[in-house]
Unconditional design. Structure first.
Ligand SMILES: [Zn+2]
Ligand SMILES: [Zn+2]
Length: 1219
C-alpha cells in the first residue's frame, strides 16, 4: 500500500478501528503461535506475519507523523489512545520476547542441520526467516511509539497515557535485550554457511581454504549478509532510539531551565516528570547494558576485534559510512545540521555500516550526565563551602575578605553552557547511573576510545592542512611550516585495522571519554572518603581541604594532553580562532550571537573546548599532585619527583597547557578578552596562576626547565593581556567612540569574570607566591634541619657577623663559576659565558638549581609586565576618579558611564569586584602595584649582591701580588657581575619606557585623590613606602632625578576646603604625597607614626641630595628593621627576608642560560603577541640597523610598531625597514 493509501485508511474511522483491531489481535496471536513447534513453518504464522508486517508498515509512519499527506494530529492521538487502552505495547513486548526466543531456537536447529550437510538447510539460509522479519517490524513499531511520544504532539500523547504505557510495557528494554541473542544467531548462521561454502569450494577446487572465502565465495557472502544485516539493522534501530531519547532529555532539561525562573509549581512538576520519564527509560539496566556493549563493540571493531560476536572480516565488508568524503572530513558544519541527522536518516539499506560513532557518543555523554541540584540544595552547598573555607587555612584566602568558592574561578564557559557537571551522576531524577563496570576496566576502555577517536581525526586534519597550504601557496612557506608538525598527526597511532570512525564527532567523543574516566575516578575517591568517614567517624572532609579527592588519575594525563592537542590542531587547520570562536564575525549575527542559544557556526574544536578547558583547569579538572609536605620547600626537595607528578610531566602536560593558553589568547581584543558570556575569559589562566604552591613549586623543581620557562613566559604575557582588559566600561567614558555599544557589550559579560581578574591582579597570584615560597624556604628555622652544604651556606651566609645588618659576601652558589675562574684563570679554557652550564658543578642539587633559575626567569617576566600594566591601571583609575568627581574635562559627557564610575552607597556593591566604580578600580590598581612593590626589595638586593661581587673582583684585580692572568680573570668576572647588576636594575628602572619611580608617582597620585582615597588600605601605603625606600637608597641619583620629574598634585592643597576654583594645582614629589597618604590611612595607629616620620625624613634627604650615606646603605642591608614587621613576606616577620631570597636567586642572564631559554624579550613594549605554540619556539629577530641588533622582535608586526614608536630615530635610516 502506498503512503497516500495509508493516510486515507487511517483518517477514515470506518477503516481505522477495524485495522487497529486486526493488528491488535495479530500481535496477541503471534505470541501464542510462537509456542508451537516449528513455528516458522506453521502456515497460520506465515499468514499472520504477512498481515502483521503489512499493517506495521502503515502504523509506523502514522505514529511518528511521517505519512504523506499528513494525518490529522487528532487521528494519531486516537490511534495512540486505542493502543494504550488495549495495552498494545505490552502485547508487542510479549510477542517480541516470544519471537526472539523461537527464532533463536529455530535458527540453532538450522545451523545444526547445515553443519551436518543437510541439503534442506541450504535454501533456508538464503533469506530472512519470517520470524526474523516479524521481529524487525516489532522493532519498527516500538520505535514509532517512542517517536510519537517525543514528537511535536508529545503533550497530547502524554494526555492519553502513551508515555506511561511505553514505560510500563518495558518495550525498549526488551528490544535492547533481544540484540544479544539475535546477533548471536546471525553469527552462528554466518559461520555455518561459511563452513558449508568452504567445504563445497574445497571439494571443487581442492584446498583454497586459506583465503577465508572472501574472494572465492561471493555467492555465499551475499546470502549470509541477509542475516547479519537483519541484526545490524536492529542494533542501529536501538541506537537511534537511545539517541532520540537522549536528545529529548537534553531538550527537556533546557526547557526546565527556561521555566525555572518563572517558578510555577505546577510547571516545575510537569518538567520534572518529563525528565524523569526520559531518565527512567535511559537508566533501564538492559538499555544501559546495550549502550556499554555498543561502545565496546565499536572500539573493538576498529581494532580488528569482534563486534557483537561477528567476525571482523565480515564486519569490515560493510561499506564505509555513506557520507561523501568531503563531508566526513568536514569539521565545520552549519548549525542547522543537527548532530544526529545523518545517523537518524539512515534507516538502513543494502550495505549498512556498523561503525557508528554517534551512539557511542550518546552513551558516553549519558554517563557523564549533568545533574543540577535544586536551587535550595545549591544554596545550602554554597553556604557550607563558604563556611568550610573560612576556617581552613589556604592560599585562597586574601586580604579583601573573599570567601573561597569551590566553583572558582567564575567566568568559565562550562558554567554558562548547560550540558554537564563533572563529579555527578544520576541526572535530575537520580536514576541515571554509570554502568557497573570495574573502574579500571572502564578507564582502559575510555583510553582506547580516545585513541581510536584521535586516529579518526587524522585524515580530516591532513586534508585541511593540505588545503590550507595550497591556499597559502608559495607565498608563506613559514606559516605552512608551522602547521606541518601537528601533534595529532605525529602522535596518533592508527588502529589495527586502519579503519576509524568518521572524523566528525570524534573529538567530542574523545573529550567526553576523558571526562568520563576522570569523573569516575573522582566519584570513586569521594565515595571511599565518605565510607572512611562513616566508619572512622573522622570529621575531615574535602570541604576543609577545599579540594575534592581525585583518586589515582595517573593514567589520564596522556589522554588529556592528546585531546588538548587534537582540539588545537583541529582549530588550526579549520582556521578557527579559539578566542573568537562560535561567532560569525560579520553581519547582524555578530551583534546578537550568543552560543547559549544558537551559535551561527558549529565547529567541533569549539564544542570540545569547553570540556578540555575544564579538564585542564586545576579547579574542576585534573590537578597535578602536590609535593609531600615535608619535601615542599626549596631545601627539602627530593632528588626525583613523586610518581604521579612524573607521569603528568612526562605526558607533556606543560607544553600542552602553554599551547592551549596561547591559542585562547592569541588575538588581542577578542571576545574572550572582553569576557563574552558564551566564550568565557581568563578562567584557565586564573585557575592556574593564582598561586605558586603547591603545583608550580613542584613543576619548577622537576619539569623540563625549558618547557616550564616557556610556559612562564607565556603566563606573563597573558597576565599583561588580562591586565589591559580589566579596565571596565567606566574608562570608556573618556572616549566618545564608546557609548551605548559598550554598555550593551558589558551586559553580555560573563558574571564574576571581572571580579576574578581583579582578584588575580591584587593577589594572591603567581608572583606573590614565588616570593612567599622563597622567603619561607630561606627563613631561618623555616627549613627544618638544613644540614647539606649549599643550603646551609645559602641561608646563613658564611662570614656573617653577629649583627644582622652586617651580612657580608657569602658563598652565593651562583657566584661559583666566577670565583672558580678567578681562582684558576684559563682552567676552564674559555670565558665565563662560554663554558656550558650543564658541565659546571654549581654545588646545588638539580631540582633546587632549576627551581631557582626558573624563579629568576619568572620574576623578570612577571615584574616587567605587572609594573607596566600596574602603572596603566593607576592612570586609568585616576581618570575614573576624576569622572566620579564630576571634573571630567572636554565636551563629551555620558551621564550613564559617569554614573557607573561613582562609588555606590550600598556597602555590598562597594566590595563587588565585578562593578566598574572608582573604589574597585583603585583597589585593583594599587593591588597590582603592591604585587610589584613586594618584588622590589628582592630585586634591589639581587642588584646589590652582584655589585658587591664586582667590587670584590675589581679589588682583587687591582691588588698587588697576583699574575696578569689572574688579574684579567678577576677583571672579566667583575665585568660579568656588573652586567648582571645592570640587568637587575634595568628591570626596575627602564627609563626609556616606565620605571618604578614613575609607578610610585602614579600610585601616590591615586592614593591622594580625594575620591579614590577611600579604597586605600594600610597595606598599600606601607608597601609603597618600603619599596620607595629600597629604590631611593640603592639608586639615589635616579631617585632624585625621576621623582622631581614625575611630580604629583599636592594632596595638602587639593584636600583643603579653601581650594581655589581655578588656577594651577601646586605639585610635590611623590614622597611628600606618600607621607600625606600615610598620615591619612595610618593616622590613628600611634605606634607607627614615629617610625614613619623618620623614614620620610631619610627619603626627603635622599631625594634632595641625590646620594646615599653609609648608614642608609646599612639600613637597607638590614632590611629597614623598623618597617620590617609590616612589610615582610613569608610566615614569620623577618627583616632580612628580601636579602635572603636575593642571595638565592641567580642573576638573569645566568638564569636564562640554566633554563635553556634566553631572558631577552621582544623590544616592542606593547607586544602581547603569542605567535606559535610556545614562547621558547619564537626566535627573536635582531634589528639589522645601526643599533647593531640591540633590539630584537618576535615578529615583523612588532618590528614595525617599534620602528614607528621611536626606534626609527634611535637606529637611523640605514636600518632594515620592515617590508
Ligand atoms: Zn635597530
Ligand atoms: Zn613582539
Amino acid at each position: 500500500m502506498s503512503q497516500e493509501a495509508w493516510s486515507t485508511a487511517w483518517s477514515d474511522p470506518a477503516l481505522r478501528v477495524p485495522l487497529f483491531q486486526v493488528f491488535s489481535c495479530l500481535v496477541r496471536h503471534l505470541e501464542k503461535l510462537m509456542a508451537l513447534k516449528d513455528s516458522d513453518e506453521n502456515p497460520s504464522f506465515r499468514a499472520f506475519h504477512c498481515i502483521f508486517i503489512c499493517i506495521a508498515v502503515g502504523l509506523g509512519p502514522l505514529l511518528s507523523g511521517q505519512l504523506v499527506p499528513p494525518v490529522a494530529t487528532a487521528t494519531r492521538v486516537k490511534v495512540a489512545k486505542m493502543a494504550v487502552d488495549t495495552q498494545l505495547l505490552h502485547a508487542l513486548t510479549r510477542a517480541l520476547a516470544a519471537l526472539v526466543d523461537a527464532e533463536t531456537k529455530g535458527s540453532k536447529q538450522i545451523v545444526a542441520a547445515a553443519r551436518i550437510g543437510d541439503p534442506n538447510a541450504g535454501p533456508l539460509l538464503q533469506e530472512q526467516t519470517p520470524r526474523a522479519a516479524t521481529v524487525e517490524y516489532c522493532g519498527v513499531c516500538v520505535r514509532a511509539f517512542i517517536e510519537a511520544a517525543l514528537g511535536p504532539d508529545a503533550e497530547k500523547m502524554r494526555a492519553v497515557g502513551l508515555h506511561r504505557a511505553i514505560e510500563s510495557s518495558g518495550a525498549l528494554p526488551r528490544l535492547a535485550r533481544s540484540m544479544m541473542p539475535l546477533s548471536n544467531v546471525a553469527v552462528e548462521l554466518d559461520e555455518a554457511l561459511m563452513a558449508a561454502a568452504a567445504a563445497k569450494a574445497g571439494g571443487r577446487a581442492g584446498g583454497s581454504r586459506g583465503t577465508g572465502g572472501s574472494s572465492g565465495s561471493s555467492s555465499s557472502s551475499t546470502a549470509v549478509r541477509v542475516h547479519r544485516e537483519g541484526a545490524i539493522k536492529q542494533i542501529r534501530r536501538v541506537c537511534a532510539i537511545v539517541m532520540e531519547l537522549w536528545d529529548g532529555h537534553a531538550e527537556a532539561i533546557q526547557a526546565a531551565a527556561r521555566s525555572e525562573p518563572s517558578g510555577g509549581g505546577k510547571a516545575g512538576e510537569a518538567a520534572a516528570s518529563r525528565i524523569r520519564w526520559f531518565e527512567g527509560l535511559l537508566s533501564d539496566p538492559c538499555v544501559r547494558h546495550f549502550m556499554l556493549q555498543h561502545l565496546l563493540a565499536q572500539v573493538a571493531a576498529a581494532d580488528g576485534g569482534s563486534c557483537y560476536g561477528m567476525a571482523p572480516r565480515q564486519l569490515l565488508q560493510a561499506a564505509e559510512p555513506m557520507v561523501p568524503e568531503s563531508d566526513a572530513m568536514r569539521l565545520e558544519v552549519p548549525n542547522e545540521d543537527p548532530f544526529h541527522t545523518i545517523m537518524a536518516a539512515m534507516g538502513g539499506g543494502a550495505e549498512v555500516p556498523l561503525l557508528l560513532l554517534d551512539c557511542v557518543y550518546t552513551s558516553v555523554a549519558g554517563w557523564t550526565v549533568h545533574s543540577r541540584p535544586p536551587p535550595a540544595a545549591a544554596a545550602a552547598t554554597a553556604a557550607g563551602s563558604g563556611g568550610g573555607g573560612g576556617d581552613g587555612g589556604s592560599d585562597c584566602r586574601s586580604g579583601s575578605g573573599i570567601t573561597p568558592d569551590l566553583q572558582w574561578p567564575p567566568g568559565v564557559p562550562w558554567q554558562a553552557r548547560n550540558v554537564f557537571a563533572l563529579v555527578d551522576s544520576g541526572g535530575r531524577s537520580g536514576l541515571l547511573r554509570r554502568p557497573d563496570v570495574p573502574l579500571r576496566g572502564m578507564q582502559g576502555l575510555m583510553r582506547r576510545l580516545v585513541d581510536v577517536c584521535l586516529a579518526s581525526l587524522v585524515p580530516g586534519i591532513k586534508k585541511h592542512q593540505q588545503e590550507q597550504q595550497r591556499k597559502l601557496g608559495g607565498k608563506a612557506g613559514a606559516s605552512a611550516g608551522t602547521t606541518a608538525q601537528l601533534y595529532t598527526i605525529a602522535n596518533a597511532q592508527p588502529t589495527a585495522t586502519g579503519r576509524a570512525f568518521p572524523a566528525r564527532g570524534s573529538l567530542m567523543c574523545a573529550s567526553r571519554a576523558t571526562l568520563l574516566a576522570f569523573s569516575n575516578r573522582c566519584l570513586q575517591a569521594q565515595e571511599r572518603l565518605q565510607q572512611q568517614q562513616q566508619k572512622g567517624g573522622v570529621a575531615v572532609g574535602w570541604g576543609q581541604a577545599l579540594e575534592p579527592p581525585q583518586g589515582d588519575i595517573r593514567a589520564l594525563w596522556r589522554p588529556l594532553v592528546r585531546i588538548t592537542h587534537a582540539c588545537l590542531d583541529v582549530a588550526l587547520v579549520t582556521g578557527v580562532d579559539l578566542g573568537e570562536c562560535g561567532f560569525d564575525k560579520s553581519g547582524e549575527a555578530a551583534a546578537t550571537a550568543d552560543a547559549d542559544t544558537k551559535p551561527p557556526l558549529y565547529n567541533e574544536a569549539v564544542d570540545a573546548l569547553r570540556f578540555i578547558e575544564r579538564l585542564m583547569s586545576p579547579c574542576g579538572g585534573l590537578r597535578l599532585p602536590r609535593l609531600p609536605p615535608a619535601h615542599a620547600g626549596l631545601f627539602t626537595l627530593l632528588p626525583s619527583p613523586p610518581d604521579g607528578l612524573r607521569t603528568a610531566l612526562e605526558a607533556g602536560y606543560v607544553p600542552a597547557l602553554e599551547r592551549l593558553l596561547r591559542a585562547l589568547h592569541r588575538t588581542e581584543g577578542s571576545n574572550r578578552e572582553l569576557c563574552h558570556r558564551s566564550l568565557g575569559g581568563f578562567g584557565l589562566f586564573a585557575s592556574h596562576f593564582r598561586s605558586f604552591e603547591p603545583v608550580w613549586a613542584a613543576v619548577f623543581a622537576y619539569g623540563e626547565p625549558r618547557e616550564v620557562a616557556s610556559l612562564m613566559a607565556t603566563s606573563a604575557t597573558t597576565m599583561r593581556l588580562m591586565m589591559s582588559f580589566v579596565v571596565g566600561i567606566a574608562d570608556m567614558t573618556w572616549d566618545p567612540e564608546y557609548t551605548t555599544g559598550t554598555i550593551r557589550a558589558a551586559k553580555r559579560r560573563l558574571p564574576g569574570e571581572m571580579a576574578m581578574r581583579r582578584r588575580l591582579i591584587r593577589g594572591p597570584n603567581l608572583l606573590q607566591g614565588v616570593l612567599t615560597w622563597l622567603a619561607n624556604s630561606a627563613a631561618p628555622g623555616g627549613a627544618p634541619a638544613v644540614s647539606n652544604g649549599w643550603a646551609a651556606a645559602a641561608i646563613e651566609a658564611p662570614g656573617a657577623g653577629p649583627a644582622a645588618g652586617a651580612l657580608v659576601l657569602g658563598e652565593r652558589w651562583w657566584q661559583r663559576r666566577w670565583r672558580h675562574e678567578m681562582a684558576a684563570p684559563g682552567g676552564a679554557g674559555s670565558s665565563s659565558s662560554g663554558s656550558g652550564s650543564g658541565a659546571f658543578d654549581w654545588g646545588v642539587p638539580q631540582p633546587a638549581l632549576q627551581a631557582l633559575a626558573l624563579c629568576s626567569f619568572t620574576m623578570k617576566r612577571w615584574v616587567y609586565w605587572m609594573a607596566r600594566s600596574g602603572r596603566n591601571l593607576c592612570v586609568m583609575a585616576q581618570k575614573v576618579a576624576i569622572s566620579a568627581a564630576g571634573h571630567m574635562p572636554g565636551l563629551f559627557v555620558n551621564p550613564r558611564t559617569v554614573g557607573l564610575c561613582r562609588l555606590p552607597d550600598d556597602p555590598a556593591a562597594r566590595l563587588d569586584d565585578d562593578l566598574d566604580h572608582v573604589g574597585v578600580q583603585t583597589r585593583t590598581a594599587l593591588g597590582a602595584a603592591c604585587s610589584v612593590f613586594r618584588a622590589v626589595p628582592v630585586i634591589v638586593h639581587a642588584h646589590l649582591l652582584c655589585k658587591e661581587f664586582a667590587a670584590e673582583a675589581r679589588q682583587r684585580a687591582g691588588s698587588a701580588g697576583i699574575g696578569a692572568a689572574e688579574a684579567a680573570a678577576a677583571q672579566a668576572a667583575a665585568e660579568a657581575a656588573e652586567a648582571e647588576a645592570e640587568a637587575w636594575k634595568l628591570l626596575l628602572l627602564d627609563f626609556s619606557h616606565a620605571s618604578c619611580f614613575e609607578l610610585v608617582a602614579e600610585v601616590t597620585e591615586l592614593m591622594t585623590n580625594t575620591v579614590a582615597g577611600s579604597a586605600v588600605s594600610s597595606e598599600h601605603v606601607r608597601w609603597t613606602l618600603y619599596a620607595l625606600l629600597h629604590l631611593a637608597v640603592a639608586f639615589p641619583e635616579d631617585a632624585a632625578r625621576e621623582l622631581k620629574k614625575y611630580q604629583v598634585p599636592s594632596p595638602y592643597f587639593s584636600s583643603s576646603p579653601s581650594r581655589p576654583a581655578t588656577g594651577p594645582v601646586p605639585k610635590v614629589t611623590a614622597d611628600a604625597a606618600l607621607q600625606a597618604a600615610c598620615v591619612q590611612v595610618l593616622g590613628l595607629q600611634v605606634q607607627g607614626i614615629g617610625t614613619i616620620a623618620a623614614e620620610f625624613f631619610v627619603l626627603g634627604r635622599l631625594i634632595n641630595n641625590g646620594r646615599a650615606e653609609p648608614r642608609d646603605v646599612e639600613a637597607l642591608k638590614a632590611g629597614f628593621p623598623l618597617l620590617a614587621p609590616w612589610c615582610s613576606v613569608g610566615k614569620l616577620p623577618d627583616a632580612l627576608w628580601a636579602r635572603r631570597v636575593a642571595a638565592l636567586l641567580p642573576p638573569l642572564a645566568l638564569a636564562g642560560e640554566l633554563v635553556g631559554m634566553s631572558s631577552d624579550m621582544c623590544a616592542n613594549r606593547a607586544c602581547v603577541r603569542m605567535v606559535g605554540d610556545s614562547a621558547a619556539g619564537v626566535t627573536l629577530q635582531r634589528c639589522g640597523g645601526r643599533c647593531g641588533g640591540a633590539a630584537s622582535y618576535c615578529c615583523v608586526e612588532c618590528q614595525r610598531t617599534h620602528w614607528n614608536a621611536g626606534h626609527k630615530e634611535a637606529c637611523g635610516k640605514r636600518a632594515a625597514v620592515p617590508k
